[in-house]
Design a protein. Structure first.
Ligand code: FES
Length: 540
């Protein structure tokens, strides 16, 4: 279906900086775009660019470098972040003995793709809902990330826009459907259950095969994993299509495509897409506009309500800044904020609904120069090459799903696994890390606890303890026997049973507001979440 036409070409625009060794003091220091850690003759150099979403790390008096956007804290002595399990790649540099200086390189560049002459310059882009877009040219039609009905993340997220009329037929007739990653607001079981199973599915070629595994468990077998960063041509057309990797190493991706003079770049949910090396001047730049799309901080019991509110406010401001910076860097003709059309509408998540924050196209109005494609006003855009020539509104169904009806039909009926079945499920994971997880299965309001488990993932083989009493968290945290990280997850028992029996991702629980957390130290355990989201999944 696709033929590879090689890797996208990076046109480098690197800047070399010469720094006298005498200007680098012992200890940690900051110089222009770099951080240094020097011990005598040993010098380590790091880019100040934050590995999360490209914010600028700034050194504080305590020797740690902080990112103003979302608070990642980098320790130049260790070469890793303090509050997330991410290491930073040291920069290599050349030493010039004559001038007694070092030469470091500030990396920059743009991606360039071939363009083929299309049979017709007309192309339609339709917004179907949340992150689902539909593209139609004279010789191709495809959709990306369809979530149009049913919930995502167990019962945590619900679409806030009714589906487009006839979507089942439209999606079933696509030349292909692209799925960017395995979060259910992009790879949605209910939506996909209503379309033909033989539609070609195009996915990123992640080493975990997380998207492919999930699709196969839903009954799709016509799957095309495409290599990240490669350019592909859809056979018999002039469409060039490329999947770009998420910059922070998660199983996530964005896309670039062109069709003659029209081009489209979307970061989808990716942070720092392709580490900031992106095509210049696409016709449309589309980005996710969901700062409240995770369980943090609302589901963390250790965080006071006023602190939660200020974290969410900061997230919103940071996301706005990140997107505005991206617009400045890529200089699109049109900007489309999307992938934020969900609501936590289940009654049991009322408090989350009240406190979560979201962005809308209106938030961008005064901040960016290019015209906005506001999908709440118009959702069907017709282009002639790179020029928008027509907009209108698609016809939509007249109702949204009722969360309580789905919960009654799916969660209430869900059999609860026995304690020994839960213990076996955890032990079979084979996950290893310096982490002890306390897992409490409880009622929907997190008040009544039904069972407790202790998993010390540093043990091999893992032996899960079924506890007879709740964990005494303060005592556990202050114990001198502690090693590694401690995390206490209280999970709604029905949601846990649903995820366990369908071998779904644990991020369905965390992002879907189905848990309440305590953890110490307050570090995001990247390995744990990656394992239980991208590896230990897929019904056999
Ligand atoms: S913490 Fe640095 S960009 Fe988010």
């Amino acid at each position: 279906m696709f033929s590879s036409i090689g890797a996208a070409v990076t046109v480098r625009n690197d800047r070399h900086v010469d720094i006298a060794i005498s200007a680098i003091p012992n200890g940690v220091s900051q110089y222009d775009s770099f951080l240094f850690c020097r011990e005598g003759s040993e010098i380590k150099c790091y880019q100040r660019r934050c590995d999360h979403m490209g914010g600028l790390l700034s050194l504080s008096s305590d020797g740690l470098a902080r990112c103003p956007l979302h608070g990642w804290v980098f320790n130049p002595h260790k070469g890793s972040y303090e509050n997330i399990q991410v290491s930073k790649r040291p920069e290599s540099f050349a030493v010039n003995p004559k001038s007694n200086s070092i030469r470091v390189t500030e990396r920059d560049g743009v991606l360039s793709y071939p363009v083929l002459e299309p049979a017709s310059s007309r192309l339609e882009v339709s917004f179907f809902g949340h992150a689902c877009l539909y593209f139609k040219g004279i010789d191709f039609r495809f959709a990306i990330d369809p979530w149009l009905i049913g919930p995502a993340f167990v019962s945590g997220w619900w679409t806030s826009i009714p589906p487009v009329r006839g979507w089942r037929h439209t999606l079933s007739e696509c030349d292909f459907i692209f799925i960017s990653h395995n979060h259910p607001d992009h790879l949605n079981p209910t939506t996909l259950s209503e379309i033909k199973r033989d539609v070609p599915m195009v996915v990123p070629d992640f080493s975990s095969s997380s998207v492919e595994k999930t699709l196969r468990s839903f009954g799709f077998n016509n799957i095309y994993p495409l290599e990240l960063g490669q350019a592909y041509n859809l056979s018999g057309t002039s469409l060039i299509f490329s999947i770009l990797p998420c910059g922070d190493g998660r199983d996530d991706s964005g896309i670039y495509l062109n069709y003659g003079d029209f081009s489209f770049l979307s970061t989808i949910d990716s942070n720092d897409l392709n580490s900031g090396v992106l095509p210049h001047a696409p016709t449309i730049l589309a980005t996710c506009a969901s700062p409240g799309a995770s369980g943090h901080p609302l589901c963390y019991d250790d965080i006071a309500p006023d602190v939660k509110a200020s974290i969410l406010k900061r997230k919103k401001v940071s996301l706005l800044k990140t997107q505005v910076d991206l617009v400045k860097r890529t200089v699109p003709r049109y900007f489309m904020p999307y992938a934020s059309f969900f609501e936590p509408r289940a009654k049991m998540d009322y408090e989350i609904q009240q406190n979560n924050v979201s962005l809308s196209a209106d938030d961008f109005v005064d901040l960016i120069p290019p015209p906005l494609l506001n999908v709440k006003k118009y959702d069907h855009f017709v282009f002639d090459g790179g020029q928008l020539i027509y907009t209108d509104l698609l016809e939509r169904e007249d109702h949204l799903d009722d969360p309580e009806e789905w919960i009654n039909r799916n969660l209430i009926q869900q059999p609860i696994p026995s304690d020994s079945e839960v213990a076996k499920y955890l032990e079979n994971s084979g996950f290893e890390d310096n982490l002890t997880l306390y897992l409490t299965l409880c009622s929907d309001d997190f008040v009544d606890a039904y069972s407790h488990f202790r998993c010390d993932f540093s043990q091999t083989p893992l032996k899960v303890e079924i506890m007879t009493t709740p964990p005494e968290w303060e005592t556990i945290c202050s114990s001198s026997d502690n090693h590694g990280q401690l995390m206490w997850m209280k999970v709604r028992v029905k949601a846990f049973a649903y995820v366990m029996s369908n071998r779904l991702s644990w991020e369905d629980l965390s992002i879907g507001f189905q848990c309440r957390f305590k953890r110490t130290p307050d570090i995001y355990n990247t390995r744990f979440w990656d394992f239980f989201t991208n590896h230990y999944i897929g019904k056999l």
